[in-house]
Write a protein that binds this ligand. Structure first.
Ligand code: GLV
Ligand code: MN
Ligand code: MN
Ligand code: MN
Length: 405
């Protein structure tokens, strides 16, 4: 195999970005779209792609494309994202981008010439960590989100997505479905660090994905009565923080009672947010997931009812607003089986995490490859992939490209 001639350490460019966006206070990495760390990664991507002789362009929605050959329809497209959750791991996203570039570099080192266009894409705002909606770049490109709605999304500093886009070289009125970019994708393949224990349990480095859970995000506002912490007797308080505490337990209980459903409150915000102040409002954000769309909707309906009852018991009111929705995805079975066979019969695994591949799957044949994560943990500094497994992923992509190009 050609890779044998190349030392393993040189087979991955991950070390080139290992210090970009380290979060000293949270641990791990915080790389949010169009903020300094992510911009540094975009600059790195441009430079790394140019070193490989690829031509880099950005599309109307902030996604980056590095082309091997001229941009054209029916291309084989690999890629992932470079942004992270707050305090996230090193691999979620960048592993797919770096491995794709490395696989092209490996092919080039053997003198291979593609007979079909090939590109590496970096999708913008996959995690939704800055503007709240995950997979924003791929959703915009495919028309899965109304561009006016996307443009009006705001970050923690009240910067609108449209203004951030404009400040980063895009034309806000051109955001939205991009038939040119979409039309060039013949198939999409995203390599990703596994975000669970499937490959640890199977004791193998690689798998191909079968499906993605239905999932979404909901904003839950609980309103009570703001008041003085010392001057207000415990009886008769309408404290939305207490209601939120009860609501969060209800969220966990509702999902846990349904077998393998998942529901998480990972973010909470109290207004006004003073130690000696009973809040007037508490906002929590719910992430809920299940195997099927209906089951997910059912779960959220049950959570809404339970949260409303808990809040009413504390004299508070509740509003629940859906912020994003992604239906369950079955990745392309023919592509999946072809990849699994080409890679020596590697296993097929479902995933509970969302991906740009899930958005693309409604439009083009789409597949995913997973690389073992020995910690079994993701969206955390503990997320990991060994050098050996990372190299196995690059070699797998190289082998797949050799067959497709
Ligand atoms: C993103 O990684 C998600 O699954 O929410
Ligand atoms: Mn992620
Ligand atoms: Mn990811
Ligand atoms: Mn993801």
């Amino acid at each position: 195999m050609p890779a044998v001639a190349v030392t393993r350490g040189r087979l991955t460019g991950l070390h080139e970005i290992v210090d970009v966006g380290r979060d000293r206070s949270r641990g791990g990495y915080s790389r949010h779209v169009w903020q300094p760390a992510e911009l540094e990664l975009r600059a790195w991507f441009l430079e790394r792609a140019q070193r490989l002789g690829l031509k880099v362009e950005h599309d109307r929605n902030g996604n980056l494309w590095a082309w091997w050959g001229e941009p054209a329809p029916h291309a084989v497209v690999l890629g992932s994202h470079l942004d992270s959750v707050p305090g996230g791991g090193e691999f979620d996203g960048p592993l797919g981008v770096v491995s794709a570039l490395d696989a092209i570099g490996l092919l080039q080192s053997t003198g291979f010439t593609p007979s079909r266009p090939c590109a590496v894409v970096v999708f913008a705002e996959e995690e939704g960590s800055r503007f709240g909606v995950a997979c924003l770049g791929s959703r915009l490109m495919t028309g899965a989100i109304d561009p006016a709605r996307a443009g009006a999304l705001t970050d923690a500093d009240d910067v609108r997505f449209a203004d951030a886009a404009q400040a980063n070289g895009l034309t806000a009125r051109h955001l939205g479905r991009d038939d040119v970019a979409l039309g060039r994708i013949g198939l999409f393949l995203e390599l990703h660090v596994e975000q669970g224990r499937g490959l640890i349990d199977l004791d193998v480095p690689l798998a191909v994905a079968s499906s993605i859970l239905a999932h979404g995000r909901w904003r839950i506002d609980i309103a009570g009565e703001g008041n003085h912490a010392g001057a207000t007797r415990m009886q008769g308080r309408r404290d939305p923080m207490v209601a939120a505490a009860r609501a969060i337990v209800a969220v966990r209980d509702a999902a846990a009672a349904r077998g393998d459903d998942r529901a998480t409150v990972g973010r909470i915000h109290a207004v006004p947010g003073g130690t000696n102040v009973i809040p007037s409002t508490v906002t929590t954000w719910l992430d809920a997931r299940s195997e099927h769309d209906d089951a997910t909707r059912d779960l959220v309906a049950e959570i809404t009812a339970r949260v409303s009852a808990e809040a009413a018991g504390e004299g508070c009111s509740v509003s629940v607003v859906e912020e994003s929705w992604s239906g369950a995805v079955r990745l392309d079975p023919a592509l999946r089986d072809g990849l699994a066979a080409r890679l020596g019969g590697i296993p097929v695994l479902p995933t509970g995490a969302g991906h740009d591949a899930g958005v693309l799957a409604a439009h083009v044949p789409t597949a995913m490859l997973f690389v073992r994560n020995p910690s079994g943990v993701s969206h955390s500094p503990e997320e990991h992939a060994t050098l050996d497994d990372t190299v196995a992923g690059v070699i797998a992509l190289e082998r797949v490209l050799r067959g497709l190009l």
